[in-house]
Design a protein around this ligand. Structure first.
Ligand code: HAM
Length: 421
């Protein structure tokens, strides 16, 4: 019996791996331009981090965490997201004593135990940024500009940025009471999960997919209409900046996001796909998180994008044309067995010059070497026999056009590097 990969996980290879690397490269390049530093944190953390950070009444913590006891009887959780880990590392290493705002980015696997379907996996990958130490609306605007810049650079179309403000500890209790009052009149009609949310965290009812709950909550008061003066003016400024920077957005008062650490600005981006898996990225401000985790009173804002969903979107939109092609790949074929050492020596010299090259390691006949070169999509083939070795002049065959040019090694290298003769 063969063993299959675990449910909700994927293997990446072939063209999809190339596309994945193209996305990673684009992200790394943009991060350099926007001057963010990479941060790598472990894929597992103490369970407490997410209980306190993400919130124990969220779906993520309540239903979706991979939590287990290690051999030392510690409760460990595979990270379901990256923000809590970055905040933990920031506090643990006293990074707030360095230049603020701190600007970090990360990329890596996250784990959520949910029902797998297209665009939703149990192991998925996020790219995220976190800006720590600034409360200013200008920071919110920059973060929003960056998420949109990433998607447009990747060639994604039909982008929709939805923004909202989810308030702060000053205005939220006022809204909570107003919301509870509205809900209490309809309590019997809420689903059992939302009935339990009513006391613990009524804002989570906005996330419920149940149609009955949706129609009740739709009529209820939104946090956006209950913002305190500070949150209102902050939000107004963020929107003004977006207008000034020419970043289109839609205001969605129903959007509260599925994590408890958010305050003030919250946002999500989609790109034409409908349904629960439509969000290709999301984020917001989390001004209380660092303090909640035992650190100084410092604000933060960031986002994460789902790389699998980005890949699917680019594929669906057929937008991989912008993928830059690297250097051409050369296959060096040997005419007979006795030519193999020279052929492999040429492969070595090409590689030394930074050119991707491969030779025969299967003792294949010439015809089969050509078949192989075709299968691996070699851009060029050099066929090396006694004559070529003796003259040190090599026939470079373009596999697309079929044309062949004979050249000595230095000219060959120049051509393959695209430097001309
Ligand atoms: P999130 O909205 O939970 O936010 O996740 C961000 C993105 O990760 C989603 O928009 C989606 O593209 C992707 N994603 C989430 N769950 C899955 C899944 N099961 N399968 C595939 N993709 C998925 C956060 O995680 C926050 N930490 C973002 C943030 C950073 N907020 C502030 N800073």
């Amino acid at each position: 019996m063969t063993i299959k990969g675990p449910k909700g996980t994927q293997d990446f290879y072939g063209i999809r791996m190339e596309r994945w690397k193209h996305i990673e490269k684009t992200l790394n390049r943009l991060m350099e331009i926007y001057s963010f530093q990479e941060i790598r944190t472990p894929v597992f953390e103490s369970t407490d981090l997410f209980l306190r950070g993400v919130g124990d009444t969220t779906d993520i913590v309540d239903k979706e965490m991979y939590t287990f006891k290690d051999k030392g009887d510690r409760s460990i959780t595979l990270r379901p997201e990256g923000t809590a880990s970055v905040a933990r590392a920031f506090i643990e290493h006293g990074l707030h004593q360095e230049a603020l705002p701190a600007r970090y980015y990360y990329m890596g696997p996250m784990f959520r135990y949910s029902r797998p379907q297209t665009g939703r996996y149990r192991q998925f990958h996020q790219f995220g940024i976190e800006v720590l130490g600034t409360r200013e609306p200008a920071a919110d605007a920059e973060v929003l500009e960056i998420i949109m810049k990433i998607f447009t650079t990747l060639g994604i179309q039909n982008l929709k940025l939805e923004v909202n403000s989810v308030g702060c500890p000053v205005c939220r209790p006022v809204h909570r009471e107003a919301l509870k009052e509205h809900l209490s009149a309809n309590f019997e009609n809420l689903c059992p999960t939302c009935q339990s949310r009513y006391e613990k965290n009524p804002l989570r009812i906005f996330d419920c997919k149940n149609e009955g709950c949706q129609s009740i909550i739709k009529e209820g008061p939104t946090i956006t209409d209950h913002l305190c003066e500070d949150c209102q003016s902050h939000f107004r400024l963020v929107l003004t900046y977006l207008d000034q920077n020419g970043v289109p957005y839609v205001l969605n008062k129903m959007m509260v996001r599925g994590l408890d650490y958010y305050s003030k600005t919250a946002f999500e981006v989609s790109a034409g796909r409908e349904g629960a898996q439509s969000s290709i990225g999301g984020g917001g401000r989390y001004d209380g998180l660092i303090e909640e985790l035992g650190g100084p009173e410092l604000p933060g804002i960031g986002f994460a994008i789902g790389l699998e969903r980005v890949l699917l979107t680019i594929e669906e939109q057929d937008a991989f044309h912008s993928m830059e092609k690297g250097l051409p790949m050369v296959y060096v074929a040997n005419v007979s067995e006795s030519d193999l050492p020279q052929a492999l020596s040429l492969v070595r010299q090409l590689r030394e010059a930074g050119i991707p090259a491969q030779g025969d390691t299967m003792a294949r006949k010439l015809k089969n070497q050509f078949k192989y070169a075709n299968k691996i999509h070699a851009d060029y083939v050099i066929t090396l026999g006694e004559d070529e070795s003796a003259k040190e002049a090599y026939p470079l065959k373009n596999m697309d056009s079929g044309t062949e040019v004979i050249m000595p090694l230095p000219a060959l290298i120049k051509t393959l590097r695209g430097e001309g003769e």
